[in-house]
Design a protein around this ligand. Structure first.
Ligand code: PMP
Length: 416
């Protein structure tokens, strides 16, 4: 009987433990220090930069005022006076912290109002707030998936989608970027299993938009549930900024699981999942990153509500951003720079080797421009890049300054 097996395994483990007891245990902190040193030797160490002051795209760091092209404040809302006023008003009325998880006593009327506004904006029945986007993806995937299921994902999906599938215990298969045929074959390999297909709407390091309509058709055919992470699309794309899913004309029926964040185009922090009422009811019961964490500060919810209203109403922000993106791409094309196929606010220049990306970042830094070099393991080896992001807070003159600086660098040029 199966009941013998764990006991047998447990005995074997105790014997094995006794055998190795004479050896000292590996020191975990030392092992981590060795891994960090190896990363430094490979020139891949991630370094923390402290920003001393922030004023729109102007950041002060190391005592120097720099023009930034690395924030995700795509609509320029992070410093909007109406957001600041809403935040301070709510903090004065309700205090700073929410004081507990949503299910205890942290769920305030401001959270509920924000959830209603997000559901209405995205055309979904309901929405549920999470403290971060990372937790939202962990929560939705952990709550829905179970061992024996299959979770099919684009290879370039954000790390938290990958981690969420692992947390759910499903079999994880990753298809080559945007390859709908490969996704179909992966789903087809497990015909009887419950299946979830997850994709970024706009890819965070490439800036391109997922083939959402094709993926939705595939999911309908394969009876798989589609999850779109629209962290970089909400506010930027689609009618009234409803995101990449809205731009593709896909409703709740085709994309039942929609996740997006409040920390990028909306200029705040936090995230939400939107979809059918049954999904939200289930997440409240089973999504551990929702249940066991402190609710976002109510003042932040008040600021985010203001941001949602502005993002919907002010098309000029999207128009301005689109014009800046077009200006940048035109200029970069004229210079023959290695642009990627992106129409979003994320405009990477593909440089290849990590050292080339770091050298370019440092050369721009010397000219007062802050651009981040993205290296493995965040992107595949050989695909290091400068991740340039544009914002409605930029001026045309800022874009020209960036192009002027890029022209002076020895970057790989496209042969035309
Ligand atoms: N999804 C994507 C596609 C992202 O780019 C990010 C943020 N880097 C997240 C999720 C996580 O969101 P948050 O920063 O709110 O945790």
């Amino acid at each position: 009987p199966t009941s013998c097996r764990p006991t047998t395994r447990w005995r074997a483990r105790r014997v094995a433990d006794r055998v190795v007891a004479a050896r000292p245990r590996p020191d975990l902190l030392q092992r981590l220090a060795v891994q960090t040193a190896e990363r430094e030797q490979a020139h891949l160490l991630r370094r923390l930069r402290t920003i001393e002051q922030a004023e729109g795209p102007w950041l002060q760091t190391g005592g120097r005022r720099m023009l930034s092209f690395c924030s995700n404040d795509y609509l320029g809302l992070a410093r909007h006076p109406q957001l600041i006023a809403a935040l301070t008003r709510a903090a004065a009325q309700e205090g700073v912290g929410s004081t507990s998880a949503h299910l205890i006593c942290g769920h305030r009327a401001g959270h509920a109002r924000l959830e209603q506004a997000l559901a209405a904006w995205t055309g979904r029945e309901r929405a549920l707030l999470f403290s971060t986007g990372y937790m939202a993806n962990l929560g939705v995937l952990q709550a829905l998936l179970a061992p024996g299921d299959i979770c099919v994902q684009d290879k370039l999906n954000h790390a938290c989608l990958i981690d969420g599938a692992k947390l759910g215990g499903a079999e994880l298969k990753r298809y080559p970027h945007a390859d709908v045929g490969a996704a179909a074959r992966q789903l087809g390999s497990r015909p009887g299993a419950a299946a979830l297909l997850a994709t970024d709407g706009v890819f965070s390091m490439d800036g391109d938009v997922a083939p959402l309509r094709e993926l939705a058709a595939l999911c309908a055919k394969e009876q798989a549930t589609l999850l779109v992470d629209d962290a970089h699309g909400l506010g930027v794309l689609g009618p009234r900024g409803a995101g990449s899913v809205g731009a593709a004309g896909l409703g709740q029926h085709e994309v039942p699981l929609l996740m997006a964040t409040l920390g990028k185009a909306l200029g705040c922090a936090g995230a939400f999942v939107a979809g059918p009422a049954a999904l939200i009811d289930g997440l409240i019961q089973f999504a551990r990153p929702y249940i066991y964490t402190t609710a976002m500060p109510p003042a932040l919810a008040a600021a985010a509500l203001e941001a949602v209203q502005l993002a919907q109403a002010e098309d000029w922000r999207r128009d301005r951003l689109a014009a800046l993106i077009a200006r940048f791409r035109r200029g970069a094309e004229q210079l023959g720079l290695p642009l990627m196929a992106s129409t979003s606010a994320i405009q990477p220049l593909l440089l290849g080797h990590a050292d080339a990306a770091v050298a370019a970042m440092q050369a721009l830094d010397a000219q007062g421009l802050l651009v981040s070099a993205i290296r493995p393991p965040t992107v595949p080896a050989g695909q290091a890049r400068l991740r340039i992001t544009l914002s409605a807070a930029h001026e045309e003159d800022h874009v020209d300054r960036l192009l002027g600086a890029l022209e002076t660098l020895r970057l790989p040029r496209r042969s035309s």
